[in-house]
Design a protein around this ligand. Structure first.
Ligand SMILES: O=C(O)C1=C[C@@H](OP(=O)(O)O)[C@@H](O)[C@H](O)C1
Ligand SMILES: C=C(OP(=O)(O)O)C(=O)O
Length: 448
């Protein structure tokens, strides 16, 4: 639930599918691409246009943050079905007295992309800014961003908490002895720490080297997406090793770009085909793409689904019985995969996702609690979860203000009669249209 809303919404009766789903679904734009392109537009060398962007809480927070720092973002008529296009006029270059500008408040909500990507923008723009967010945002890992800003010579006031809320006050960075600037960070809890620095790397005087020192970095696909998006706007990132990157000083070229639909958010709809033995088609599946959601084309066949990409349309048909899976680093796809595992015929192991404890909620604990609450058998392990076959029954799925826990509940509700989801509205983080799209999909198949 949005913490600004004092009245808890009633639980949502997740539609049960009494017959196989047969539907064609188009989902809204990618959160990760929209928020990357918004950030880059704000520091580009001229006005840029995002076509078919996502309009959701996370993108609205990003827009508000960049506007607070001085960018102008206008909604302009477009051809997308999910809202207007966006025209972005970048921030003005920091003048000598920028640091004396009044402190701006930036609400990060629960958006990882806002809390990790915007502080370096504010610092380099020399705009004093205070960052805060939802109650749970204060527990999400932020220490690496704060540490990186300090290494770059900026002052960050965090009352020693190494978390939200904090204030970035000084800038632009004092001249450094190292050129390019060399930042050593631990990105073991989120790939967004690396992306945040690469996105602004070309604006750091002398350029930037980012070196990860620590455990394995999760969600590597998202770093590759950052590198790809940067290349698209004329910024080359040199991958100097598996854990270090270099960006030369330069400019972000203004752009006009079409945002792909969100393939992670396509996941619950594809899962609907899986759990009902039905068929779901997603037109305009982007190829090639750097979105992690393209992995559905590998994951779903391993779980027994039939997947075909023909003339740009991805078609998934579900099996009679879903198979369990052993999957490493499913990243943000994990909650949807976990829903499939909970109704699979054999054991599943989702590993390499310890960092999900720092997502919108502690997703490992949440998934285990909610599967168990519905009568299933799930266990948290060091770096993931194990799910074993056991019949599920009706019950309420708690969403923990986590959009992917809410859609996890919706997927289970198709397969198990009598599931209700607490706070389905939390899906507005990345897909405000979710309940309507879901109900329409089930209605067309004759669900309850
Ligand atoms: O950069 C991004 O757009 C994202 C990176 C990933 O974060 P983590 O590396 O923290 O998993 C992913 O889970 C998140 O949904 C979006
Ligand atoms: C982890 C996620 O989001 P965020 O961008 O807030 O980290 C997610 O969407 O699954």
């Amino acid at each position: 639930m949005n913490p600004a809303d004092p009245v808890a919404a009633p639980t949502w009766p997740a539609p049960f599918a009494s017959s196989p789903i047969d539907a064609t679904v188009r989902v809204p734009g990618s959160k990760s691409l929209t928020n990357r392109y918004l950030v880059l537009a704000a520091i580009a060398d001229g006005p840029s246009v995002l076509r078919h962007p996502l309009h959701s809480r996370d993108s609205a927070l990003m827009i508000a943050a960049l506007e607070a720092l001085g960018a102008r973002i206008e909604r302009v008529e477009g051809t997308g079905v999910y809202g207007p296009d966006l025209r972005v006029t970048p921030l003005a270059p920091a003048g000598p007295d920028a640091a004396d500008a009044p402190l701006v408040d930036i609400d990060c909500g629960l958006a990882g992309t806002v809390m990790r990507f915007v502080p370096p923008i504010a610092a380099l723009a020399g705009r004093p800014a205070r960052f805060d967010g939802d109650p749970h945002a204060r527990t999400r890992p932020m220490d690496t961003v704060i540490d990186a800003l300090r290494q770059l010579g900026f002052a960050v006031h965090d009352d020693g908490l190494a978390a939200l809320p904090f204030t970035v006050t000084s800038g632009p960075a004092a001249p450094r002895s190292e050129s390019p600037a060399h930042v050593r960070i631990d990105a073991g809890m989120s790939s967004q720490f690396v992306s945040a620095l690469l996105l602004v790397g070309c604006r750091v005087p002398g350029g930037l080297v980012v070196e990860h020192v620590g455990q394995t970095i999760p969600s590597l696909d998202h770093i590759n997406m950052t590198i790809d998006v940067l290349r698209d706007v004329g910024v080359d990132v040199l991958t100097t090793s598996k854990t270090s990157w270099k960006v030369d000083e330069g400019t972000v070229r203004a752009f006009d770009t079409l945002i792909e639909q969100d393939l992670s958010n396509a996941g619950p709809f594809l899962a609907a085909a899986m759990v009902t033995g039905g068929t779901v088609r997603i037109p305009d599946w982007p190829t090639p793409t750097t979105q992690v959601g393209d992995l559905w084309r590998e994951i779903l066949p391993r779980m027994g689904g039939r997947v075909q990409l023909t003339e740009g349309t991805l078609t998934v048909s579900g099996p009679d019985q879903i198979r369990g899976i052993d999957l490493a680093d499913a990243s943000e796809l994990a909650p949807t995969v976990a829903a499939l595992c909970a109704v699979a015929a054999d054991e599943s192991r989702l590993t390499g996702i310890a960092h999900l404890r720092g997502h919108e909620t502690n997703r490992l604990a949440a998934l285990v609690t909610e599967i168990t609450r519905l009568g299933g058998d799930a266990e948290e392990i060091d770096d993931g979860i194990v799910v074993r076959p056991r019949p599920l029954h009706a019950g309420v799925v708690d969403s923990y203000a986590d959009h992917r826990m809410a859609t996890f509940g919706a997927v289970l509700g198709l397969a198990v009669d009598g599931v209700r989801v607490e706070d389905i509205g939390t899906t507005d983080k990345t897909m405000p249209e979710f309940p309507a799209l879901w109900e329409r999909m089930v209605d067309s198949a004759g669900g309850s």
